[in-house]
Design a protein around this ligand. Structure first.
Ligand SMILES: Cc1cc2nc3c(=O)[nH]c(=O)nc-3n(C[C@H](O)[C@H](O)[C@H](O)COP(=O)(O)OP(=O)(O)OC[C@H]3O[C@@H](n4cnc5c(N)ncnc54)[C@H](O)[C@@H]3O)c2cc1C
Length: 358
């Protein structure tokens, strides 16, 4: 076996790095403060693309597009390893009332994304290549794959202290004992900005709350993702439809409110009128690991040569999971990564600042 790694945080970011390391022969222990995959990775929608892909920097596009190109195979490998189904579905996405559709179409053409203008309204774009995954099921499959590959997962594990010596972390002391390792990975999602005893928090990461509604229709009523002006509907194959989401600066508060439920319900009904005659069966909120410009931090911690981070994927952590894990594992093995790692470095994150909007 190669070097051992301890990973903090068992959301999609921690689990996908765990799988990448295990597949390359490393030993992996995951330490999760709560339950596996019950934070943002559970709460999200599972759309496998930025919502308006042409609206982001090349740093976001590079990670997202590389992930999107490999997602089907990545999920297939996880399903084969775990025996669990993640419900990857290339259902396509319809974007209605796109501002500047010519620019959007030109961007898609240069980035290899198929896009067709709608016959009635040229602002309606059909993106047939966009897929989705049922994120709670993906996380369950990832967890099983990690365990079957020999990874060890400790839940309800609280970090109390880090043993540090000359620029290296030697071990983490927890309420379940001490965990020494050759390398450590911080993948603690929205909590990454807070830091840990002896370890500085990742710069500029903060929680951004998102509220979601879930409806139950007959299968087949909606067959593709629909997006208009900040609101999306995501159909699942069994007839469930998710409606989301909000972007809220509410700290670490995951509560929901009735006014938002009513607003999301009304906007969802505008997109799909049948939703007006039924009530949502569930309403929840999750905390995204928010980062300025949605650019994650993937790379080495500046204070310790054997500590790495994979966090800050904000609105697209499920989408970006395969390429982010590939990038980090390459960096941990001192291999030349496929993508330029510079935009995702700690130093680059220090230099980015939040604007006025989330
Ligand atoms: C409403 C909503 C909709 C979304 N929709 C989409 C979408 O359609 N497509 C998409 O790609 N993305 C979407 N996202 C974003 C996506 O869910 C996140 O970017 C992604 O899940 C982040 O994964 P993560 O593993 O970094 O964080 P998390 O899933 O939050 O996992 C972090 C884990 O770290 C643990 N932890 C924290 N502190 C510690 C500690 N000190 N020690 C040990 N463990 C710790 C937490 O308990 C948690 O389990 C959405 C998010 C929300 C909230």
């Amino acid at each position: 076996m190669k070097a051992s790694a301890v990973i903090l945080g068992a959301g999609v970011s921690g689990l996908s790095v765990a799988m990448g390391l295990l597949k390359r022969g490393h030993g992996v222990t995951l330490l999760e403060r709560g339950e596996v995959g019950t934070e943002s990775s559970w709460a999200g929608g599972g759309i496998l693309s930025p919502l308006l892909p042409w609206d982001y920097s090349e740093a976001v596009s590079a990670l997202a597009l590389r992930s999107m190109a490999t997602y089907a195979d990545w999920v297939k490998a996880i399903e084969a390893q775990s025996g669990k189904i993640a419900e990857y579905w290339p259902c396509g996405m319809r974007v209605l009332d796109t501002p500047r559709p010519e620019d959007a179409l030109a961007w898609c053409a240069t980035h290899g994304l198929t896009a067709q203008p709608g016959p009635a309204n040229p602002g309606d774009l059909w993106l047939p290549g966009i897929a989705q995954v049922r994120n709670p099921r993906l996380v369950a499959a990832l967890r099983e794959a990690v365990v079957r590959l020999g990874g060890v997962i400790h839940t309800h594990c609280q970090i109390e202290d880090a043993a540090i010596q000359t620029g290296r972390v030697l071990s983490l002391r927890t309420n379940q004992g001490s965990f020494p390792a050759d390398r450590f990975v911080l993948a603690t999602g929205a909590w990454s900005g807070t830091g840990l005893p002896g370890l500085a928090g990742t710069p500029n990461i903060r929680p951004v709350r998102g509220q979601m509604l879930l409806f139950k229709l007959e299968p087949g009523v909606l067959e593709s993702i629909l997006y208009r002006k900040g609101l999306y509907l995501i159909p699942r194959r069994d007839g469930h439809v998710l409606a989301g989401s909000t972007l809220e600066d509410a700290g670490f508060d995951k509560s929901t409110d009735i006014a938002t439920l009513q607003r999301l319900h009304a906007e969802a009904t505008e997109l799909l009128p049948v939703l007006g005659s039924i009530q949502p069966i569930r309403h929840w909120a999750g905390l995204r690991p928010g980062s300025p410009d949605n650019i994650p931090v993937i790379g080495r911690h500046p204070d310790f040569e054997n500590v790495f981070v994979n966090t800050g994927h904000y609105r697209y952590g499920v989408t970006m999971a395969p390429a982010s894990a590939e990038l980090l594992v390459d960096l941990m093995e001192d291999k030349s990564p496929v993508l330029d790692p510079a935009p995702y470095s700690w130093q680059a994150a220090l230099e980015r600042a939040w604007g006025d909007t989330l």
